[in-house]
Design a protein around this ligand. Structure first.
Ligand SMILES: *[C@@H]1O[C@H](CO)[C@@H](O)[C@H](O)[C@H]1NC(C)=O
Ligand SMILES: *[C@@H]1O[C@H](CO)[C@@H](O)[C@H](O)[C@H]1NC(C)=O
Ligand SMILES: *[C@@H]1O[C@H](CO)[C@@H](O)[C@H](O)[C@H]1NC(C)=O
Ligand SMILES: *[C@@H]1O[C@H](CO)[C@@H](O)[C@H](O)[C@H]1NC(C)=O
Ligand SMILES: [Zn+2]
Length: 469
């Protein structure tokens, strides 16, 4: 089972980063021969990009992507929609002439949303929109009616007398600082409040911007804690509760929440373009095919999944076979806690020394900027040199753990990169009804795809492996 520590680690990783615009050359000591070799890819990368951007392949990919999103909609882990979407991508791979596609079964949790509603009863009657957090338990059938207490931080919760929390609905209203910092109120709020006797928690949606929007996401109950229902509320309602509390008003809420929990079999999808010289060596490109049950999962992570799927498919069409195998993986069940990636790693653990580099796109496919890289100085020097082929898409950020599913591999010492893009508005839409095709822009998605394909081609074809140390 996936540990909570790991999850926090991956959630926090998104923001613990250092931006470097161009890697300090004086720390790099690349062999001239390697530099020349890398620069000799200029022609082929330009060809790849031209074919995708102007040659119609990008337009076709975007059409396939848009059709996929609109046909299958939200793809919650455990749902039939997700399994149909997986079948579709397997078929689409074959229809594009690449037959080396397999799926591997994974046992996953299926948390299903059935019914939710909430009202404020005091100081006056008002409907409150709520959106349960993944793995939340249900309320009793008659609902929970209780007084609310608004708490800004875990620190404040600790300092608050237990009698003030007991029997209450705790409303967490942390200001959005960054996703990594603020998301702990979503993932751990219920456990912390439960330990002090709360009967339910409502959490101000983890987003920097709101037009009465609700944002769901995973949460975990700590061991030995009484499981209490937990849901997101809008900034608008959380801030209203805060102001009412400051005015000395008593706030009484009634919530009804109903969910079902079971287990299902889902599948990771694996698509190989076998390497022409060292087929046992792999460059992995990946994104997750599952999504939350709200919106369409077009941004998270339909776009990232699609551009990664496209890599072996288009290189095969263009008859560009790199030295090493390019393996696209469409992870299942990322949202409930990297479950597909963890199962893959367990099953393929003795291949890890053959993974030369791992790539993941799970932070949007807006205008591409470059890469967020984890790896040794040597590895990063090579990546920086390769990025020069793609100016102006040559920004490099350095993170200990970029990405989400990828972090499990990076922890094993495998170097990797996630797509850096102009995703300032990512969390406006993340895990909400707003995550639809409307967020996507064809030109940007195609530019991401072209960069993603050409970059991974070079890494998979270089005469030298990406060094781990
Ligand atoms: C670049 O690619 C084009 C088109 O394939 C080819 O005609 C040209 O000779 C190549 N140039 C170099 C320097 O490899
Ligand atoms: C995938 O292809 C198979 C075999 O051709 C077909 O039976 C199935 O309906 C297709 N599934 C989807 C989701 O397109
Ligand atoms: C927590 O639960 C485990 C079993 O799940 C039990 O062995 C342990 O004693 C419990 N610890 C506390 C502090 O209750
Ligand atoms: C991995 O382990 C399996 C079974 O234990 C074995 O058949 C396979 O050859 C191993 N692969 C590598 C690359 O070591
Ligand atoms: Zn995602």
């Amino acid at each position: 089972m996936y540990s909570i520590v790991l999850q926090i680690l991956f959630l926090i990783s998104i923001n613990c980063t250092v931006i470097i615009n161009s890697y300090p050359e004086n720390e790099c000591n690349l062999d001239n021969k390697l530099v020349d070799e890398i620069q000799s890819y200029k022609n082929v990368t330009k060809q790849i990009i031209d074919k995708i951007v102007s040659g119609g392949f990008g337009t076709k990919m975007y059409e396939d992507y848009s059709k996929f999103i609109d046909t299958f909609g939200a793809r919650l882990a455990g749902s039939k929609a997700l399994e149909k979407a997986i079948d579709h991508m397997v078929n689409l791979t074959r229809q594009n002439g690449l037959n080396d596609v397999t799926t591997e079964e994974v046992d996953i949790p299926y948390w299903q949303r059935i019914y939710e509603s909430a009202n404020m009863f005091e100081p006056y009657l008002k409907k409150i929109s709520i959106l349960g957090l993944g793995t939340s338990v249900s309320t009793p059938a008659e609902g929970i009616k209780a007084e609310a207490i608004v708490i800004k931080s875990f620190d404040e919760l600790e300092k608050t007398d237990e009698n003030k929390i007991k029997g209450k609905i705790v409303v967490f209203d942390p200001p959005f600082v960054s996703y990594g910092e603020t998301v702990v109120y979503r993932s751990l709020g219920a456990s912390k409040a439960s330990r002090k006797g709360a009967v339910a928690t409502l959490v101000r949606s983890i987003t920097p911007f709101s037009i009465y929007s609700l944002h769901t996401g995973a949460q975990d109950y700590e061991n030995n804690v009484t499981k209490i229902p937990t849901a997101a509320i809008t900034h608008e309602d959380a801030d209203l509760f805060r102001r009412l509390q400051n005015l000395g008003e008593k706030i009484v809420l009634k919530i009804h929440m109903s969910y079902a929990m079971s287990r299902k079999i889902s599948r990771n999808t694996i698509i190989d373009l076998k390497g022409k010289e060292s087929p046992e060596k792999q460059v992995i490109v990946s994104g997750h095919i599952d999504s939350w049950d709200v919106g369409q999962g077009a941004m998270d992570d339909g776009g990232g999944m699609m551009i990664s799927w496209f890599v072996p498919v288009i290189l095969n069409i263009l008859k560009l076979k790199p030295r090493r195998t390019i393996r696209a993986i469409l992870w299942t069940a990322e949202e409930p806690g990297l479950i597909g990636a963890e199962a893959y790693l367990t099953k393929h653990i003795n291949e890890t020394s053959n993974i030369n580099f791992i790539m993941e796109s799970d932070e949007g496919t807006f205008k591409p900027l470059g890469l967020d890289v984890a790896g040794s100085t040597n590895a990063r020097c090579i990546i920086a040199e390769v990025l020069k082929l793609f100016t102006p898409i040559d920004k490099m950020k350095e993170s200990e753990y970029p990405g989400s599913d990828m972090t499990l591999f990076v922890q094993k010492g495998i170097p990797g990169a996630s797509l850096l893009n102009e995703n300032e508005r990512y969390f406006w839409f993340h895990h909400s009804e707003g995550d639809t095709m409307n967020v996507q822009n064809q030109e940007d998605v195609v530019a991401c795809a072209a960069f993603w394909v050409a970059f991974s081609y070079v890494i998979a074809d270089l005469s030298q492996d990406i060094p781990r140390q």
